[in-house]
Design a protein around this ligand. Structure first.
Ligand SMILES: Nc1ncnc2c1ncn2[C@@H]1O[C@H](COP(=O)(O)OP(=O)(O)O)[C@@H](O)[C@H]1O
Ligand SMILES: [Mg+2]
Length: 423
C-alpha cells in the first residue's frame, strides 16, 4: 500500500524509487532551520505511511537528555515528562545496536527498559523506534505509533523509513551545528562592534568633556552677575542641562572603559534584595508583581558590588519600564557548573530576570547593547551597554531573549540571563 503511494509520488517503477526516495531525503540536509526540518521529516514520514502518532526526541544542547522536540497525534497531557536519558537502557540499546527497534517483533526487549521508559512507550502507544544516528552517536529518536489500518509494518515500509531517517539524522546534525555557529558568530560580531564603538565614544567623550568644563564654569560665573530673578532661573536651568550632558559622558566613558572592578566578597542575595527594594514603590504603583527565587544556599561571590548593583538596577528598571500596565517580574539565581573552554568546569551564578513586559521587536534585538540605542523618550541608551562592559570585566556573560506579545501571545516578555563565575 505504501508502495503504490510512493509510485504516485515519484511516478517511477519499483526498482528505482528507492533510489529516488533516497535522493529526495538527501535534500533534507539543505534545510537548516530545525523547526522546518521537523515539519519536513514528519510530512515525509506521512508520505510513506499513515500512523496515529509520531514523536521526535532530540538530544539537548547540554547532552544530558533526549527531549520531545515534536509530537503529532498525541493527546497525553503528560508530555512534559517525556524524555529519555543517555545512560538508561533505551538509548543504550540504540547505541549498541545502531538500528531500528520494532516492539511488536521483539516484545522481550520491552522489559529491559526502565519503568520511566516503558511508561512513555506505553502511554504514547509506540510500536516502532528509529535512532537518529550521527557517526555512532544517537542524536535523537523518532518513535511511531500504530498504523491507521492497525496492520503490522511491512519490511518494505520499515526499510524506506530507515533510509529516510538515516538522512534526517544528518540533516538534524547539520541544522544543529549551523545554529551553534550562528550564535557564536553573532556574539563575535557584537563584541567586535562594541569594541569599536567603545573606542569611538571614549574619544568623543574626552573631546566633549573639556569644552563642557569651561562652559560650566562660565555659566556659574554669569549666574552670580545676573540680578533679574527670572533670568537667574533660566541660567540655573542651563547648569542642570550641562550636568545632564556630563552624566551621559560619564556613562559613555564607563561603557568604553569600565573601571577595573574593585572586587571583594559580595553577598549576592543581599545585593539583589537591596536592588529590588529600590524599585518597590514604583512596582507597586504600576501593579507589577515581583517574585524572587534564590535557589542556592551558597551566595558569596568575588565581584565589585557597586558595579554589579548598577547592572542589576539597569536591568530591573528596564523591566519596570516595559511593564507600564502591570505584569509579572521574576528574578532567580542559581549555581551552575559551566564547562569552560580548555579549562576546568567552573561554578557560576546564573541570574535570570524574566518580565512579562511588551518585549523587544526582533529588528531591535541586535542593537540593544549598542551605546545610545534607546526607544524611550528620555532614555540614554547606555544602560545595557554599560552592563555588558561590567559583566565582561567580571569574566561573565549576558544574554537577552525577548518575544513581543503579538508574536507569542502565550509567553511574551523579556528574559535577561547573566552568568557570573564564582572566582
Ligand atoms: N526588559 C525590557 N523590555 C523591553 N525592552 C527592553 C528591555 N530592556 C531593554 N529594552 C530595550 O532596549 C533599549 C536599550 O536599553 P538600555 O540600554 O537600558 O537604555 P534605555 O533604558 O536608556 O533606553 C531600551 O530602550 C528598550 O527598547
Ligand atoms: Mg535602561
Amino acid at each position: 500500500m505504501a508502495l503504490s503511494r510512493l509510485k504516485q509520488i515519484f511516478g517511477k517503477k519499483r526498482y528505482d524509487f528507492k533510489e529516488a526516495f533516497s535522493e529526495f531525503s538527501k535534500s533534507l540536509t539543505l534545510i537548516i532551520d530545525i523547526d522546518q526540518l521537523k515539519d519536513n521529516v514528519i510530512s515525509k514520514i506521512r508520505e510513506v505511511i499513515q500512523v496515529d502518532t509520531i514523536l521526535i526526541f532530540l538530544l539537548n544542547p547540554d547532552l544530558n537528555r533526549y527531549e520531545l522536540a515534536e509530537s503529532r497525534g498525541l493527546e497525553s497531557p503528560e508530555t512534559n515528562q517525556f524524555f529519555f536519558f543517555p545512560d538508561e537502557p533505551l538509548i543504550k540499546w540504540f547505541t549498541i545496536n545502531e538500528t531500528f527497534l520494532s516492539i511488536s517483533k521483539e516484545p522481550e526487549i520491552f522489559s529491559y527498559f526502565s519503568d520511566h521508559e516503558q511508561q512513555i512507550l506505553n502511554e504514547a502507544g509506540i510500536q516502532l523506534l528509529f535512532p537518529l544516528l550521527v557517526m555512532n552517536r544517537v542524536a535523537g529518536l523518532v518513535c511511531l505509533g500504530q498504523k491507521e489500518t492497525k496492520k503490522p509494518f511491512t519490511k518494505e515500509e520499515i526499510e524506506l523509513l530507515n533510509t529516510l531517517l538515516g538522512q534526517a539524522a544528518f540533516a538534524f546534525e547539520n541544522a544543529y551545528l549551523y545554529r551553534q555557529q550562528k550564535t557564536r558568530l553573532k556574539k563575535m560580531y557584537r563584541a567586535d562592534r562594541l569594541a569599536t564603538l567603545g573606542q569611538l565614544s571614549a574619544g568623543a567623550a574626552h573631546e566633549i568633556r573639556n569644552p563642557l568644563t569651561s562652559i560650566r564654569s562660565t555659566i556659574q560665573y554669569l549666574q552670580k552677575e545676573v540680578q533679574d530673578e527670572n533670568k537667574r532661573t533660566l541660567v540655573s536651568g542651563l547648569l542642570e542641562e550641562v550636568d545632564r550632558i556630563n552624566d551621559i559622558i560619564e556613562g559613555l566613558l564607563s561603557f568604553s572603559k569600565p573601571s577595573t572592578p574593585q572586587t571583594e566578597q559580595v553577598n549576592l542575595k543581599a545585593l539583589l534584595e537591596q536592588t529590588i527594594s529600590l524599585v518597590g514603590t514604583t512596582a507597586k504603583k504600576q501593579n507589577i508583581n515581583i517574585t524572587f527565587d534564590f535557589k542556592t544556599p551558597e551566595n558569596m561571590l568575588k565581584a565589585d558590588p557597586s558595579q554589579l548593583k548598577q547592572v542589576f538596577l539597569n536591568i530591573i528598571m528596564n523591566a519596570v519600564q516595559a511593564m507600564e500596565y502591570g505584569g509579572d517580574f521574576n528574578i532567580s539565581a542559581d549555581l551552575m557548573k559551566i564547562e569552560g573552554f580548555a579549562s576546568q568546569p567552573r561554578n557560576s551564578f546564573y541570574i535570570v530576570f524574566k518580565d512579562s513586559g511588551k518585549g523587544i521587536p526582533g529588528e531591535h534585538l541586535d542593537h540593544i547593547f549598542d551605546p545610545f540605542f534607546t526607544t524611550k523618550k528620555d532614555g540614554t541608551g547606555l544602560g545595557l551597554s554599560i552592563s555588558y562592559g561590567i559583566i565582561q570585566q567580571h569574566g561573565g556573560d549576558i544574554e537577552i531573549e525577548s518575544h513581543e506579545k503579538t508574536e507569542r501571545p502565550g509567553d511574551y516578555g523579556t528574559t535577561v540571563s547573566i552568568l557570573l563565575p564564582v572566582m
